[in-house]
Design a protein around this ligand. Structure first.
Ligand SMILES: [Zn+2]
Length: 217
């Protein structure tokens, strides 16, 4: 695939049973059960090639999966039918509650191919160890894993906002919020009140699982 792309060809790749990941941007992963076919001789591939030749460069793409909003109760009922897939929804909702005891994790600061690893580290006697990089560092970075209960007029769900999104919602880096929590709890409460007073346009990646049997009312 790499050789074809380097030679200027855009190969059509069919993936069955792939996994779509939202970590550090969209990516499509092949896993154990995946099947990958490069330019298979199929009518659909020929049609797609013809369409690409004519229209690809002049088409404005609309992301259908996130182009319209859904209510939270619709998401809850749809989750029961989509155990094997992880659809993305857009919802207009407010933040009802957010967890202020465990809102960040200690992220790996190792940089690989100009991108920070960012995975969770474990504390050791001398610093922080990342099992993915197999490296121990003296420091780590506070990164958000903000657990929040969001609600609209139909229902509520618990969701987790990670680094960039959480920072946009909270309006400050995770380390700053942690400092505020330890040094000035009243300021933290007032700040959270401000977050709760806004209406958000959330993009939710949905996966059916219970978080510590938690319910929100
Ligand atoms: Zn790492």
């Amino acid at each position: 695939i790499q050789k074809r792309i380097e030679s200027g060809v855009q190969p059509i790749i069919c993936v069955k049973g792939g996994k779509v990941s939202d970590y550090n941007g969209k990516s499509l992963l092949a896993i154990g059960v995946s099947t990958i076919l490069i330019e298979p001789e199929m009518e659909a591939v020929a049609d797609l090639r013809e369409w690409m030749t004519l229209y690809y460069n002049i088409t404005n793409f609309i992301h259908l999966s996130v182009s319209c909003t859904t209510t939270l109760s619709e998401i809850s009922s749809m989750q029961l039918k989509v155990l094997e897939s992880f659809p993305i929804y857009r919802v207009i909702a407010t933040m009802k509650e957010m967890k202020t005891d465990e809102f960040y994790y200690n992220a790996c600061i190792n940089v690989v191919n100009a991108q920070q690893c960012g995975r969770k580290t474990t504390q050791t006697a001398n610093g922080w160890f990342c099992s993915y990089c197999n490296i121990e560092f003296a420091n780590m970075e506070f990164k958000y894993a903000l657990k929040m209960c969001i609600k609209d007029s139909s229902s509520h769900v618990w969701a987790i906002a990670f680094q960039e999104v959480a920072q946009e919602i909270v309006g400050m880096p995770a380390k700053e919020l942690a400092t505020m929590r330890y040094e000035n709890y009243l300021a933290l409460s007032l700040h959270i009140d401000g977050i709760r007073s806004k209406i958000y346009n959330f993009k939710i990646w949905s996966k059916l699982e219970k978080y510590q049997d938690m319910t929100c009312c």
